[in-house]
Design a protein around this ligand. Structure first.
Ligand code: GDP
Ligand code: ZN
Length: 295
């Protein structure tokens, strides 16, 4: 007897996909039609699996449309990406932070900012950063992976969602993940991780269950990125606070660059919009132009 079940792929190893259904986890292969269509199932995919009664095995028959997907780690249907930066050691690089946010927006994944290591900045300089990104509409969590700060808020935010951690190396992603999932035992500190990366090149991503509900990718995501794949028209969509203002621009489809009567530029002048946000927008538009010119 065969039976069709809905489920989610939690793990993929060597052509096998581990699909969690209401009847437990089944080890599935992908139907040949996916290969013909050049689709490969991804961790995070919601699927229909055909399983054999009295066996823990089956086939992935259908993959439901993906809400979004990431390449590193290769995961789909992500609810949020936790972008981790350190308050100090290393100091926050605002441009890099904004790149991560824009990239998450581009992938259609909600970014949540974690400013970690606040214990290393007793003067609380990071509060300025918190304020400006809150003003832009983002959820910002101030935390210390090594102390008691912000952990509860991170837990509440992760609960019942599918999340990926991202951010530059050294920010404390592995330390946070180890803390949230005791037993995960990710290596922390740069040197040991570099060695680790060399020996585990074929490792696949996995979604792991959090004890308090929700799932998280077991390895941190992108640590550096390139915004050159974005189109000029797409970039402005990655600034949520511009989106709400743009209905007041004179031109439909205003790119907020040289156009007259632009509500975004007016908001920068009046101080309603953080000027560094607009400067960063100009910067990536400019980088994009140069990139195309020299290609
Ligand atoms: P990752 O590269 O983002 O995964 O960063 P790690 O988790 O490896 O952390 C880098 C270094 O920062 C390690 O030596 C950690 O022990 C340290 N670290 C992580 N979180 C904190 C924190 O909240 N406070 C302090 N003081 N150090 C931290
Ligand atoms: Zn405009």
């Amino acid at each position: 007897m065969k039976e069709k079940l809905n489920g989610t792929i939690l793990k993929g190893i060597g052509g096998f996909y581990y699909v969690e259904t209401e009847q437990g986890v089944f080890e599935c292969r992908a139907r040949g039609k996916f290969r013909k269509e050049n689709i490969s199932p991804l961790v995070g995919d919601r699927v229909v699996a055909e399983v054999q009664e009295n066996s823990r095995q089956g086939y992935v028959l259908e993959i439901q449309e993906r809400k979004n997907q990431m390449v590193r780690p290769a995961i789909s249907n992500i609810d949020q990406v936790m972008i981790v930066f350190a308050a100090a050691k290393p100091d926050i690089n605002l441009q890099m932070l904004q790149k991560f946010i824009v990239y998450a927006e581009h992938l259609n994944i909600e970014p949540v900012l974690i400013i970690n290591k606040v214990d290393l900045d007793p003067e609380k300089n990071y509060e300025k950063v918190t304020r400006v990104f809150q003003r832009a509409g983002y959820h910002v969590i101030e935390a210390s992976a090594k102390g008691e700060i912000g952990i509860e808020e991170i837990v509440t935010t992760l609960k019942d969602k599918i999340s990926v951690f991202a951010g530059p190396s050294g920010a404390g992603k592995s330390t946070l993940l180890n803390r949230l999932k005791p037993g995960l035992m990710l290596k922390t500190g740069d040197l040991s991780k570099k060695i680790d990366r060399g020996t585990h090149t074929t490792r696949h991503a996995e979604l792991i269950d959090l004890d308090f509900g929700g799932r998280v990718a077991d390895t941190p995501g992108f640590t550096s990125l390139d915004l050159n794949e974005l189109q000029v028209e797409e970039i402005k969509e990655c600034f949520p606070e511009f989106r709400t203002l743009s209905s007041h621009c004179r031109f439909n489809g205003c790119n907020h660059l040289k156009e007259p009567d632009c509500a975004v530029k007016a908001a920068v002048e009046s101080g309603e919009l953080e000027s560094f946000r607009y400067e960063f927008y100009m910067l990536i538009q400019e980088e994009k132009k140069n990139f195309r010119r020299y290609k």
